[in-house]
Every structure is written in C-alpha cells, then in structure tokens.
Design a protein around this ligand. Structure first.
Ligand SMILES: Cc1cc2nc3c(=O)[nH]c(=O)nc-3n(C[C@H](O)[C@H](O)[C@H](O)COP(=O)(O)OP(=O)(O)OC[C@H]3O[C@@H](n4cnc5c(N)ncnc54)[C@H](O)[C@@H]3O)c2cc1C
Length: 413
C-alpha cells in the first residue's frame, strides 16, 4: 500500500450526487476529496433527458411525492431543506439558466446535458479545498480508531495504489443501471461490508417485453391511450398518455410508469399483462354506436380500422386478435391485451430500484445509523422515482443533506 492522504470528507463517485456534494462543500473549511473511477465525471449525467438533462421538476411536494418510491416520507426532510427551487437556484448561481417545459420539467436553456455537468465541474475545479481524483476506484472502506480508511485502486493499473483517511465519507456511487457509465453497484458492496442491509435491486423505468412481440410495431408511438397493468388478473395501475414501441418492447412515458410494478411482479413469478385502451376518452357505448354508424358492408376490417388506429398499428392489432369482428371491435379497441414475458435489464434501465436500506440511514442527514461518519447520497440508496426530473432531484437533495451535516459537524468540533 502506498501513501495515505488525510481529508475531512471523501466523496465516492463524481456523478450527479457526488458532484453536487462537492459543489456545496466548495469554499467551506472542509478538506475534500472527490474520487471517481472513470477518467471523467458525470458520464450518466451526459445521457440524461436524451442528452438534454431534465434537471428537476417544479411540482410542489404534494404532487411530487407520489412519484418517489418506495418511501417518499424518507425523502421529505431532504427535499424540504434542498428543494426543486434550490436546485434551480444552484444552477443559476453556477451560470446555467434553465427553462420549464411540459409536465413542469426543468431543462438547461441550452438544451445540453453537458452544460449541466460542466457547470458543476467548473465550480469543483476552481475550489481550493477540493481534490478531484479521476481513474480512482474505491475498493474498500474500513473503520479505524481515527475515522474511516479507504483503499483506492488506480483503474488503469488494477492494483491498490493509495489510501485515504477521513472523518466523513459520502457513498455516491449510483446504482446498477447503464453500467458502462460507471454505476456497477460498488456502493452496495462497500456498504454491505460495513454491515448495511441492501434491499434486493431491480431495473426500473425499463422496457417491458410482450410475449410474441410483433416487431412491426417498433417505432410506433400511440398518443392519448391508457395502459392498465394487470398482475395475476387484477388491475394494479392505470396510466394515461403516450406509449412507444421500441426494439426493447413497451416504453415511453406509459411503459416506464408501470415498469416498476411490472418488473417487481415478474421477478416474483407473477402473471403480468398490459391492457391498452386505444380510445380511453370514448365510452364503450359511444364507440359501439360509432362503429355501427360508420361501418359499411364490403369495407375490409383493416381499411375500417385505419379510422381508429395509426396505419402501423392496424396489422399487429388484427394479428393479436384473430377472432376480430365488427361486432367485437369496440370492446377490442378498449382492451388490447399484451401478456408480458420479461423486461430489459440494467444495460438499458434508467434507474435501479432497491439499494442500501433506508431503515439504516438518517432521513435528516443521510448518515448511516450503523457507522458514524458514513453517509449516502443518490441512487445507491433504496430510493428511486418516475421519469420527470425526480431522480436527479433525489441525487441533489440527498447530497445536500449529507454535505450540510458534515459541515455542521466540523464546525461543532
Ligand atoms: C439514459 C438515462 C437518462 C436519464 N435521464 C434522467 C433525467 O433526465 N432526469 C432525471 O432526473 N434522471 C434521469 N436519469 C436518472 C439519473 O441519471 C440518476 O438517477 C442519477 O444520475 C443518479 O445519480 P448518482 O450520483 O446517484 O449516480 P451516478 O450518476 O450513476 O454516479 C455514480 C458515480 O460513481 C462512480 N463510481 C461508482 N463506483 C465507484 C467507486 N467504487 N469508486 C469511485 N467512483 C465510483 C461512477 O463512475 C459514477 O460516476 C437518467 C438515467 C439514465 C440511465
């Protein structure tokens, strides 16, 4: 083992949460190391919002909290002390103007996620009290009499290179989704070795794969439809909006919104079905009357269906319902059933559900209840959210709670 450097705070992972923690510690009296295993920081941030980065969502807590899983109450104190308004203010103070779009989603005005990453990075590298270490993977954390000691490996050499000692450590290593960005579950192992429980993880905000998936649907987006998720025959969730068929399966806002429950049910071996109502705004009786009014004998069913469906959906719809007739058409249009056989794994899932158990973390400070001085921030915890900017807000708020607690402790000493 080589040299041992001493810090007040070591932040593991320079993703959304780790970089925010560093930004909020910039200029404080803390000596901080931000340790990142990649050769650059915020790789996942660059991918967010299809390259535009949906930073946060301006909804008030009452409307935002239903989008947080599995325990919004845990997140509340962190959100109240560093809210979506604080996120916007932070980026504005970093020289990044933002704009609010449909669904109260906040994006950088430039429309570039790289500007979000760079705004955070500029503040970090211009701060005298922060050392940013790239290509450095934390492989273990040990409790010692003088704090926490971290073993760090230089990623290009694959040998233990040096150690770090600090009174406080924030684990901000992310989850398991998009592992190519550096989120490979290291935080679960680090926390687990220190006695923390890691609740089972699963991909969320991911594509659901229908049985006998009709590839002719790929590329189609159905607008203003509703999707009901059935588990073991019972409806557990119904959502309204846009459904996109991709090479993975059912995606888009609707696919993603039901994916968390669907993946959980599938991993528990339950029967999962998606039922699409192609005309949710039209009551069944009205739809029946319209079909009876407009159908002319001799008109092929496929031609007639073009009045109700985008052309690309017509053939797959007919093929999915071989006994389709004009009589049962209204019922079928409101019940396009797709049994779901699986889901797309972490390689393309937007977030990881599950993680370091919230029961062992203080909701006010994000400090471990088991290991004094150990903190968590971001997706490494058993905290995730729907699409809409909520996942990044989790990263920002929890990072703020952790770093403020470390600063408060240091000023008390
Ligand atoms: C394609 C895609 C689009 C998304 N779009 C949005 C969006 O628009 N809005 C939104 O709110 N959310 C979005 N998300 C989710 C959001 O990006 C994540 O929830 C968020 O980045 C989590 O932040 P984090 O800091 O906890 O983890 P990450 O951003 O994953 O950062 C973790 C960092 O830790 C580093 N690391 C890991 N292990 C170690 C180790 N042992 N030593 C040193 N460093 C380590 C990693 O290399 C990485 O840099 C998107 C996700 C994806 C995949």
């Amino acid at each position: 083992m080589g040299e041992c450097k001493e810090y007040d705070l070591v932040i593991i992972g320079a993703g959304a949460a780790g970089m925010t923690a560093a930004v909020l510690a910039a200029g404080s009296s803390l000596r901080v190391a931000l340790v990142e295993k990649n050769s650059q920081c915020g790789r996942k941030l660059l991918l967010t919002g299809k390259g535009r980065c949906n930073i946060t969502n301006t909804r008030p807590w009452e409307e935002l909290s239903p989008h947080i899983h599995p325990d919004a109450a845990f997140f509340r104190p962190a959100f109240m002390s560093f809210s979506n308004t604080d996120t916007v203010a932070m980026f504005q103070s970093l020289g990044l103007p933002v704009t609010v779009e449909r669904g109260m989603r906040v994006f950088p005005q430039s429309g570039r996620s790289s500007d979000v990453r760079d705004a955070l990075l500029r503040r970090i590298v211009s701060s005298d009290n922060i050392d940013l270490e790239y290509n450095s993977e934390v492989v273990s954390i040990d409790r010692t009499s003088c704090g926490l000691t971290l073993s760090v490996m230089r990623t290009e050499e694959r040998i233990s290179a040096y150690s770090l000692r600090a009174a406080a450590v924030i684990i901000a290593t992310g989850g398991l989704s998009y592992p190519a960005t550096g989120s490979t579950g290291d935080g679960y192992r680090l926390a687990g070795r220190l006695g923390h429980t890691v609740t089972p993880t699963m991909p969320s905000l991911t594509a659901l794969v229908p049985e006998k998936y009709n590839f002719a649907l790929i590329g189609l987006t159905l607008r203003n439809v509703s999707l009901s998720l059935l588990v073991d025959g019972g409806v557990v969730q119904t959502e309204f909006g846009e459904l996109t068929f991709t090479d993975g399966g059912l995606e888009g806002a609707l696919g993603f919104r039901v994916s968390r429950r669907a993946v959980k049910a599938l991993t528990e071996g339950k029967k999962v079905e998606a039922v699409i109502d192609l005309k949710p705004a039209v009551p069944a009786a009205e739809l029946k009357a319209r079909v009876e009014r407009e159908y002319r004998p001799g008109l092929g069913l496929d031609r007639f269906l073009e009045r109700f469906l985008p052309l690309q959906a017509v053939r797959p719809f007919i093929e999915a319902a071989p006994s389709l007739t004009v009589q049962n058409l209204p019922v079928r249009l409101k019940n396009w059933r797709m049994p779901i056989k699986g889901f797309v794994d972490y390689r393309r899932a937007v977030v990881t559900a599950g993680g370091v158990s919230l029961k062992e973390i203080s909701r006010k400070t994000m400090e471990s209840k088991l290991v004094p001085g150990l903190y968590f921030a971001g997706e490494v915890m058993d905290l995730d959210a729907d699409t809409g900017g909520y996942n990044l807000q989790i990263a920002f708020s929890t990072a703020a709670a952790a770093v403020r607690s470390v600063i408060n402790r240091s000023t008390l000493r």
